[in-house]
Write a protein that binds this ligand. Structure first.
Ligand SMILES: [Zn+2]
Length: 270
């Protein structure tokens, strides 16, 4: 497969991890960021464990030392190899998730800009896909590293109970506050129409929510009944995954007082 590194911009190189799947698309995108004149690099999402991928990431640094490693979130396809990579590179690891950051690593929660590798990266906490999810703005390119918040293709997974649909929609709207020209996602290709993509994601979720509400109005009570109606046209093999997504929608609607949960959260009514 040759060298999996690909230059995406003046400052950004994508190194594709060898973990393709239906959820990870071609694999996880590990990013190396450096100003062309900088002597160091910042690495986003070292990806799954594995020496070969780590070696390709080091090679993509082009002789620069790694100054900082940051995580968009701690799902294994992004973070399993992070600690070993940071140790190998002798760099601090920064993450929103409690217990993941190295001692002395910069704090991401407050959104204070990180300076490294001749560029400024601004953490933008974006809970939803996962509670510990964080995007990173790269103002020099009007770009954002979006992890699994927004993908290069298709929609992302927001599954009950790890995902939070209400938080996810608020976090999507946060991206619209910034005048972005490019998104560098955790899976799939660069997104060159960020506003249209984010608005499309919001529309998709609102449409799904309306379908879930309509199913309850029509008399469905359990998540499985809602799935059977709303996802009638997809392979039943995918119904268990669809049920976790429907449960995420239901949890949001319950939280908003628009739906009532009964039987310990196994039955729902409008
Ligand atoms: Zn993820």
């Amino acid at each position: 497969m040759g060298d999996a590194a690909e230059r995406w911009s003046e400052r950004v190189t994508r190194v594709l991890a060898p973990n393709p799947s239906p959820l990870t698309l071609e694999g996880t995108n590990t990013f190396v960021i450096a100003d062309p004149a900088a002597l160091t690099a910042v690495v986003v999402d070292p990806g799954p464990a594995g020496d070969d991928h780590a070696t390709r990431v080091v090679r993509a640094c082009g002789g620069r030392g790694v100054e900082l490693v940051v995580l968009t979130h701690t799902h294994p396809d992004h973070a399993e190899g992070a600690r070993a990579f940071a140790d190998r590179a002798g760099a601090p690891l920064a993450a929103l998730a409690p217990g993941w950051a190295s001692p002395g690593a910069p704090d991401l929660a407050g959104g204070a800009p990180l300076a490294g590798a001749g560029v400024e990266l601004v953490p933008l906490p974006t809970p939803g896909h996962a509670a510990d999810h964080c995007c990173f703005l790269l103002p020099a390119e009007r770009a954002a590293f979006t992890g699994d918040h927004v993908l290069g293709r298709g929609t992302t997974v927001v599954e009950w109970p790890g995902g939070d649909m209400a938080a996810y929609l608020r976090s999507l709207a946060l991206l619209l506050d910034h005048d972005l020209a490019h998104l560098y996602p955790g899976h799939g290709p660069v997104v060159d129409d960020p506003r249209a993509r984010v608005e499309g994601y919001l529309a998709h979720r609102h449409e799904r929510e309306a379908q879930v509400l309509a199913a309850l109005e029509a008399g469905d009570r359990t998540p499985a009944e809602v799935v059977a109606r709303v996802y009638a046209d997809i392979d039943p093999v995918l119904h268990p995954a669809a049920e976790l997504s429907v449960r995420a929608h239901l949890a949001k609607l319950v939280g908003e007082g628009r739906v009532r949960a009964e039987d310990g959260g196994e039955r729902f009514r409008p």
